[in-house]
Design a protein around this ligand. Structure first.
Ligand code: FUB
Length: 316
């Protein structure tokens, strides 16, 4: 009986949310996009920097040609077009592809676009975090090089840059079960201190995202969950009073989306909080993904409620 009421409540919530005034999920339908990093910049628009699954896919290795999207009402999304591709990366592997989950940060009039990309044919062991800069949030990016992360070359994917209220920027990355972070120098292109492991995360896999709300720092990430089937990773969160931890595990806030991977970001826009994520509802294929957004709700104690994925209802 309890289970039936819970199911009914869930279905009614989806029905209500799917008639709310948001663009229908997935929000991009003409190409395949994944790993959305969302930011609100000083022009008052919300920008999303996703990666791009190339159709037809071959695993995740053909991913290339980043696009940027923006909105000022969560209904109408503007595609700013392609901002960077693998042929524009002088130090990149000659075979191209592997332009994975990016992030973007703003400081002193410049936008810094961080993208993971291998430098050699052996992609798995040659990851670097590239940096491209521009005076605009969605165009004219020029590759500047890559972050010098010392001898650390393990799973150098999924960069995330968080800028605190005092202007100090923090850099995080990680995959394959390891998440590390440190301060960035004011130039945004060098780390200020050695990388340190983020402690307290439970079952970390990849996809780090850091944000702050009411003086609490949140680190969200994908776990390794595969209980019933392949493609069952979930998004989890942990909290801290410091941007570099130690972290206290909070729980799962996004259930599996039907993809082989899960990856998301959280942002506040015009008084509401949103969870961005990807699913495979348009294709049924974990390597042809589509970005979605739904509202995110917090409890009074700062804990995060499970996201109701309206994206799971959409079909082509
Ligand atoms: O999209 C390629 C990789 O899959 C990302 O870097 C991971 O987070 C996962 O989504």
């Amino acid at each position: 009986m309890k289970k039936t009421s819970a199911k009914l409540f869930y279905l009614l919530s989806i029905l209500f949310l799917s008639t709310a005034s948001y663009a229908q999920n997935p929000i991009v339908r003409d190409i395949y996009t994944a790993d959305p990093s969302a930011h609100v910049w000083k022009d008052g628009r919300l920008y999303v920097y996703p990666s791009h699954d190339i159709d037809p896919p071959r695993g995740c290795d053909l991913m290339d040609k980043y696009h940027v999207y923006s909105t000022d009402d969560m209904v109408h999304w503007k595609d700013h077009g392609e901002i960077l591709n693998a042929t524009q990366v002088p130090w990149g592997r000659k075979e191209g592809g592997f332009m994975w989950a990016p992030d973007c940060a703003y400081r002193n009039g410049k936008y810094y676009f961080y993208f993971p990309h291998p430098s050699g044919s052996n992609w798995d062991t040659t990851w670097k975090v590239g940096i491209a800069t521009s005076k605009q949030p969605a165009g004219n990016f020029k590759v500047q090089g890559y972050l010098n992360l010392g001898s650390d070359s393990r799973s150098m994917i999924d960069p995330c840059v968080f800028v605190d209220d005092d202007g100090q920027a923090y850099f995080y990355y990680g995959g394959g079960g390891r998440c590390v972070g440190t301060k960035l120098k004011p130039n945004m292109t060098e780390i200020a201190e050695p990388l340190k492991p983020m402690e307290g995360l439970k079952d970390f896999h990849e996809a780090t995202w850091v944000f702050k709300r009411n003086n609490i720092y949140y680190l969200t990430y994908a776990d390794n969950h595969t209980e019933d089937k392949k493609g069952a990773n979930r998004l989890n969160y942990a909290t801290s009073t410091s941007p570099l931890g130690p972290w206290t595990y909070g729980g799962v806030y996004l259930d599996p989306t039907g993809c082989d991977t899960s990856h998301g970001s959280v942002v506040e826009y015009k008084g509401k909080w949103y969870a961005f994520y990807h699913n495979s509802v348009l294709t049924g294929r974990g390597n042809l993904r589509s970005i979605c957004v739904d509202e995110l709700h917090f409890n009074a104690d700062g804990s995060i409620q499970k996201v109701v994925q309206t994206g799971l209802l959409s079909k082509r």
